[in-house]
Design a protein around this ligand. Sequence first.
Ligand SMILES: Nc1ncnc2c1ncn2[C@@H]1O[C@H](COP(=O)(O)OP(=O)(O)O)[C@@H](O)[C@H]1O
Ligand SMILES: [Mg+2]
Length: 357
Amino acid sequence: MRISIQHLTKVFPSRTKGGKAVHAVEDMNIEIPSGQLVGLLGPSGCGKSTTLFMLSGLETATSGKILFDDQDVTTLAAEKRGVGLVFQNYALYPHMTVQQNIRFPLDNMRINREEGNARALDAARLVQIEDLMARKPHELSGGQQQRVAIARALVKMPNVLLLDEPLSNLDARLRLQTREEIKRIQRTTGITTVFVTHDQEEAMSICDIMVVMKLGVVQQIGAPQHIYDDPNNLFVANFLGTPPINIFKGKIQGGKAYIGEEAVGDAPYGDREVYVGIRPEGFIYNPQGALTLNVDHIEVMGRDKSVVSTHESSTKPTVRSIIDSDVALPEGAEQLKFDIKPYKLFLFDAETEERLR
Ligand SMILES: Nc1ncnc2c1ncn2[C@@H]1O[C@H](COP(=O)(O)OP(=O)(O)O)[C@@H](O)[C@H]1O
Ligand SMILES: [Mg+2]
C-alpha cells in the first residue's frame, strides 16, 4: 500500500476562550512508497502522534488529503482503513490471555474461533511469542507485552502498520532488541509502516525513510544517512547524531569560513554571520591545524577516543571530537589543533538558520 499525504493540516481549537489555536500539523506532504518503513522523528509536541492518528482515522484532518494507493481515505472511518495500530503503552486487556488478546480484533469481526486461533498463532509466530499464548499480560515482560500488541495489530493483516513510540516503555537492552524485531517483522511482511519516535538513534537505525518534524512542520525527508550527511537547517543538524554536532558562532569573509580568527574551511557564499557545524568525527589532529581547541580531558573508548574541549565561540559547553585511537595525541597538552574535514562542516545562516549550500 502506497501512502500519499497531501497538504495535511491539523489545527486544534484553543482550549481556553481567546487562547491560541494549536497548529499541530501544518501543510504536510509525504509520499511513502509501498513496503517502506518510514520514521516520523521530532521532539515531543511536534505533531507526530497527531499525524499518525489522522492516518489511522482516529483523528480528523482540518484540511488536506490522505491517499492509500489511489483511494482517498481522508474521511474514511478508522475500521475501514485496514490499519494496525500499536501504542507506547501496550493497552492489552489484562483479564485476557495472550491468545485472546491477539484474537480480539478477529472476534470483533465475527471470524470463527478456529480460524481466529489459527491466525492468532501465525501472528504470534511472526513476533516469536507462540510459546506464551496461555499467559496473561502481567506474566510477561514489557518487551513481550509489546510483541503481543504488535501481533494484535498484525492479525487483521493490515495494509498499513502504525507504531507510536512503541519502544519507549522498554529498558535500553529490550529497546534495542525489539527495534531489530520490528525491522525484521516489517521486512518479512512487507507492510508499509509508519514508526513514530523522538529518539534519533532509533529512527536512524531502522527506517528506510525518515521525516524530521519541528512544531508541526516537516523539516526534511530522506534516507537517514542522507539527512545526517546533508541537513537542511540547524535544527536538523542538531537533532541527528550522538554525540551531537558541535556548533560555533562564526562568519564568512572573502570566501572563507571563520571561527574566531581561524579559517576552518572554504565558503563560496557572501560575507555574513553564520553558525559553523562540525560533526564530532570531522576533526583531524594536526599540530599546524586550522582550529585550536582548549582541551578539558580525553576519553579513551577502545576503537576511538573523544577529545572533550572548550572554545569561546562554541554554542555548547563542550566541543567533542572523535579521533581514531591509533592517532597519537601529545600527553597533557592544554591546546590541540585540528583540521576540519570539509564534508563534515556545515554552514548555517545566522538569521534564518538555513544551510548554505
Ligand atoms: N486533542 C488535542 N487537543 C488540543 N491540542 C492537542 C490535542 N492533541 C495534541 N495537541 C497538541 O498538538 C501538538 C502536537 O501534539 P502531538 O501530535 O501529540 O505531538 P508528538 O506526538 O509529536 O509529541 C501539541 O502541541 C499538543 O499539545
Ligand atoms: Mg506523541
